[in-house]
Design a protein around this ligand. Sequence first.
Ligand code: TYM
Length: 325
Amino acid sequence: MRVLSGIQPTGQIHIGNYLGAIKQWLLLQEKNECFFFIADLHSLTIPYQPENLQKNILETAIVYLAAGINPEKSIFFVQSDIKEHTELCWLLNTVAPIGDLERMTQYKEKSRQFKKNINAGLLVYPVLQAADILLYKTEGVPVGKDQVQHIELARTIARKFNQRFGKTFVEPKAVLAKMGAKIMSLNNPKQKMSKSLESQSYISLFEEPGEIKRKVMSAVTDTGKQIKYNPGKKPGISNLLIIYSLFSEKPIKEVEKIFKGKGYAQFKKSLAELLINSLEPFRKKRKELLSREVYVRETLKLGAKRARAIAESTMHDVRQKIGLA
Ligand code: TYM
């Protein structure tokens, strides 16, 4: 299967991004043809500091490598290095239904969050995402639940394009983790864990042990005492149970058993320890990579070269189909 996914270089990559997306990538890269990229063009649609962008891209690249993306197995690159993403985005804009774009949850949320900057890029954001996916004839897109709507739209756009211009694109499918596709915020378990919210709400992949402990211990829990999985009635504890289960690789039922008769504080203390230990290798690898900036940049350059060859070939076909060549 051909697989592709990306992350925006906006803020700290957290355990939600890891459990929902990156963890799947690591498994998929073993047996599939994978493309993983940094979605820098998408990140321009919300307020940002141009002078920090290059640093954020490099830090995101370090996250990918520290988490275990292997550039010998996967094609790993920066979106803006491949001009074909924006070219295809424009062409797909001419087939994407505007009503569908206006209905996108993320568009509505971002328009609410950034009232003073509702730019056209926010609206066509999913079309650029469709271009990312379709350019490489992607079959599977491993993402968290919040991105499923965008992948569905990419399918619609592929279908419409194929109907009008002849079979060109593959209709992609979202690949979701069985558990962990929607990790909730620590201080508001009714809301998704998000890098654009306050740092108290998430644990970054490189979080220092002291901070992990502080954040887990102050995570919002529910009334009652039992450590029981019940997302409707106990969203806080249920979210922590999912995180515990995924990092310990023990089923939730088993975790419930371990903590039967024990209080929230004891459970949280164990979870903090588990996270400190599980994230330790990422912190170590990051330190090492921070001193190897040249290697990281070279890796991205090489990845771009490999990606470009495929992107150019698709665009050659697309230009002919559409009547531009
Ligand atoms: P981004 O940067 O918001 O998030 C990166 C990935 O992390 C997943 N994710 C979560 N999973 C579980 N629980 C959470 N709380 C959580 N928060 C985020 C996201 O679903 C995503 O998989 N539009 C994309 C980037 C993108 C892309 C693409 C993805 C651009 N082009 C093409 C796939 C294919 C985004 O903003 O991801």
